[in-house]
Ligand binder design. Structure first.
Ligand SMILES: [Zn+2]
Length: 438
């Protein structure tokens, strides 16, 4: 009876509401001094890009703008698609104080809620540096990565398009070395890692991640002295494929890399164990190399490690391995944003000797492919979401042009203009793109 009265009350309220006004169509015209197509390594002068309702509706020298469209003049800049970091952890930031850069302690000290808010901030810092897509591969507490992706997709906050893995799945202990008390009570290892040691546990772990919003499955292939077998790894691939997802494998030994290749993983993360033999097998099977190539800087790395990293990049390139720009930049360097830490990985790519136009393709076209987004997002083409950036100079010749991103548009909304972030239009009081996005 009470319920009925309540229902009637809601009904009356609903009938009293005026009909919701459909949102006004937004049209924007961008005048690009130079429009770069990284897929072909070419540029066209004086192009016009028409954006309506967040999508590109026309591109060309003579594209005609709709009446009343807002004009954005980028005629003294190069316009290009947004950049991709294929390996980051936006809800993790470890640092010198207080944890002495031991990320084990970050998990203990920072709640998932705090890390989710931090992820929003890191996402904005990435977007400001021109990264419109980030593949986020775990170490995000209790699914802070899913929360970030949903908040961006629903229209609460600005940020890159997130392709997230949920919790990293590994043999017992993950990347931690927990004490028996910690491991058995699962109060420390979980939620950073999902233990999965048997066939059934692997299936369950993959399904849990998909249920809680993962868009790619991340596996610790060989983080422990008991690496997964090829059969184990094939179980990951099959179970992920059953839901249309790809599998990314963290590898730190050659045995692990070889097994992941044999099992048909989509991508291998971290270049450490990749030698000439591994690269040849990866090229042969078309497996992505997400190398996370850390540069040698005053704040990080060593000359020896850097020399090995660069030699590995040269070898991968010579072997025709599919390469992605990736960083694993999950730490705080005082005075630098997350985006600035990430773009400084250009140092590694420049040292590799790979031509600038090819590196630009790796940072864009390859990025959309490794994120499994290429049919949905990335290129500046009619029908695609309007994600684009602008820089002075020409990054086809000089990659350092990418260090000065002065304009960023995401989904047709201007995030940065004349070098200044202007995110107001992204911030909504409700889910403007629908609450059903999960
Ligand atoms: Zn990582």
């Amino acid at each position: 009876m009470k319920m009925l009265a309540l229902a009637a009350c809601f009904l009356a309220l609903a009938q009293a509401q005026p009909p919701v006004q459909p949102p006004q169509p937004r049209a924007t015209v961008i005048r690009a001094g130079r429009l770069i197509d990284p897929a072909t390594g070419t540029a066209a002068p004086n192009q016009t890009i028409v954006v309506e309702n967040g999508r590109i509706t026309a591109v060309g020298a003579n594209a005609s703008p709709p009446a009343g469209a807002e004009v954005i003049d980028l005629s003294n800049l190069s316009v290009l698609p947004g950049l991709v970091d294929a390996h980051n952890h936006l809800a993790l930031t470890y640092k010198m104080e207080p944890e002495n850069n031991v990320y084990y302690l970050t998990y203990v000290m920072d709640s998932t809620a705090l890390r989710a808010i931090q992820a929003v901030s890191n996402g904005m810092q990435m977007l400001s540096s021109g990264f419109t897509v980030v593949r986020d591969l775990g170490n995000n507490g209790n699914y802070a990565d899913t929360a970030l992706r949903v908040a961006i997709d629903q229209g609460w906050v600005p940020g890159p398009t997130i392709v997230n893995s949920g919790i990293i799945i590994g043999g017992m202990g993950g990347q931690f070395t927990p004490s028996p008390e910690m491991a058995k009570d699962h109060n420390i290892v979980y939620p950073e890692y999902l233990d999965a040691d048997t066939h059934d546990e692997i299936v369950k772990a993959v399904r849990q991640n998909i249920l809680f919003g993962a868009k790619v499955i991340k596996v610790c292939v060989d983080c422990k002295p008991y690496p997964y077998t090829v059969e184990d790894l094939k179980t990951f691939v099959a179970e992920a494929a059953n839901a249309g997802l790809k599998v990314a494998g963290h590898v730190q030994t050659k045995v692990g890399a070889m097994r992941a290749i044999e099992a048909g993983f989509w991508s291998l993360e971290h270049s450490g164990p990749m030698d000439d033999e591994v690269h040849k097998l990866m090229a042969n099977k078309g497996i992505w190399r997400v190398g996370t190539e850390t540069p040698f800087t005053p704040y990080r790395g060593s000359k020896e490690a850097f020399d090995r990293t660069v030699a590995g990049m040269k070898n991968a390139w010579a072997n025709g391995v599919k390469m992605a720009f990736s960083t694993d930049a999950d730490y705080y360097i005082p005075g630098m944003t997350r985006g600035e830490v990430v773009i400084n990985f250009l140092l590694s790519w420049k040292a590799s000797g790979i031509p600038a136009k090819d590196v630009l393709k790796i940072m864009t076209t390859n990025g959309y492919e490794v994120c499994d987004l290429a049919s949905k997002r990335g290129p500046i083409k009619v029908g695609f979401p309007a994600d684009l950036i602008a820089v002075p100079g020409n990054p086809l010749d000089d990659l350092d042009a990418l260090r000065t991103v002065s304009f960023v548009m995401k989904d047709g909304l201007v995030f940065k203009r004349d070098g200044v972030m202007t995110p107001e239009k992204f911030l909504h009081g409700g889910p403007v793109n629908g609450w059903r996005i999960r």
